[in-house]
Design a protein around this ligand. Structure first.
Ligand SMILES: Nc1ncnc2c1ncn2[C@@H]1O[C@H](COP(=O)(O)OP(=O)(O)OP(=O)(O)O)[C@@H](O)[C@H]1O
Ligand SMILES: [Mg+2]
Length: 357
């Protein structure tokens, strides 16, 4: 029996809008879905209605796995041409996936004011701009929704500039910034101290949720170029390779955004920073979705609806990454959406969301 290509299967299955699943064509939809890059484990466990829905959403699923599907198609054509009937399309698919995953990471050479640097691997679209501003030695503040990749951008920038990377999360007390001397006279250092004294990229995470006096202390250290610490009597001067990147989390994006933190940032703090809006990187998210277009589009629709209805809920890239992994491992759709997407959203808010086609 010769194996069918995606085009042949789609011809046999007909128009998606008119498609009705039957005992006879179930197998063809399964073959089609696998060639389109869906997980065989997941597909085989789907009920008829779910398979039919998958085919109804055909146009949505056409985007991400195009490369894989094309490659799989070529293989299937070759197999037909050489009549190698014993090769299983599932095996071909997993070989192609492996091949794509084994590709060496992409390299991008960026010209910065302090010389050319190389960015490697999976890169958020904002990384290049932030790298350039950091190289100018200007403090940057990334403003954007939770889980859109801010910390990862900081990490990539540190890697590219070959600087150590330090993160300080939400601060409730100035001691968490400057460190403290305990009852035995031992000094406990902090990421800020290490970066400030010895150089490095320092991420001040979620500064809109920081204690106001800690923010003031960080600001004055930046402005004056020195800071006092409890273990030394003399101020310590800022290392020439100290770079600060702050982040502020928001619900929503653009003009409709609302800071997550309890403090609106005051003008003096904002004035010190180059403020860069960071949004979810949809191309990165496509890569995170492991070819599961159905999940990707479902999360995107949910996010759009959450933003439109101004619901204070985070639909981050993590929902896409972790949900896709769980689905691939065979966790049911219902559990995955509950665990990674809606996570404790109230019934009232749930009802407002329109994520159906
Ligand atoms: N360039 C990237 N390469 C690989 N993974 C990434 C990249 N960017 C983001 N991620 C992944 O996306 C998720 C969210 O990224 P990250 O933690 O950087 O976002 P964030 O904006 O700092 O989130 P939060 O607001 O919760 O602190 C993480 O699981 C991270 O591993
Ligand atoms: Mg972060």
């Amino acid at each position: 029996m010769s194996r069918k290509t995606v085009e042949e299967l789609e011809q046999a299955l007909g128009e998606p809008s008119e498609f009705i699943i039957t005992h006879d064509n179930r197998n063809l939809v399964i073959q089609w879905a696998i060639l389109k890059g869906h997980s065989p484990v997941q597909i085989h466990s789907m009920r008829n209605v779910e398979l039919a829905n998958l085919y109804h959403e055909k146009d949505l699923t056409d985007k991400v796995t195009v490369e894989q599907a094309l490659a799989a198609d070529i293989f299937v054509k070759m197999i037909n041409a050489f009549q190698i009937a014993s090769i299983d399309p599932e095996m071909i698919r997993s070989l192609i996936k492996q091949e794509i995953e084994n590709q060496p990471p992409k390299k991008l050479e960026i010209i910065t004011p302090s010389g050319n640097v190389i960015l490697e691997g999976v890169i958020h679209y904002r990384t290049e701009l932030i790298l350039k501003i950091v190289s100018l030695n200007h403090p940057v503040m990334m403003v954007g929704p939770a889980g859109c990749g801010k910390t990862s951008i900081g990490e990539k920038v540190a890697q590219a500039l070959q600087l150590p990377f330090f993160v300080t999360s939400t601060i409730n007390d100035t001691h968490e910034l400057t460190g403290f001397v305990d009852g035995y006279g031992k000094y406990h250092t902090t990421p800020f101290r290490q970066a400030f004294e010895h150089g490095g990229i320092w991420i001040a995470d979620e500064i809109d949720a920081w204690d106001a006096s800690a923010l003031l202390a960080a600001n004055s250290a930046l402005a004056n170029g020195f800071s006092t610490f409890p273990d030394v009597s003399q101020p310590i001067f800022k290392h020439q390779n100290f770079r600060m990147i702050a982040t502020a989390n928001t619900f929503g994006s653009g003009a409709s955004r609302v800071y997550v933190g309890r403090n609106e940032l005051d003008a003096a703090s904002l004035d010190r920073f180059a403020v860069v809006d960071v949004e979810y990187d949809l191309t990165l998210e496509q890569q995170f979705s492991r070819g599961n277009d159905r999940w990707l589009n479902y999360v995107w629709k949910t996010r759009k609806s959450v933003e439109e209805k101004k619901i204070r809920h985070v639909v981050s890239s993590r929902a896409i990454i972790n949900g896709a992994i769980a689905l691939e491992a065979g966790v049911s759709w219902k559990d995955v959406e509950e665990i990674y997407l809606f996570k404790g959203m109230s019934e009232t808010d749930r009802k407002k969301i329109n994520n159906k086609d």
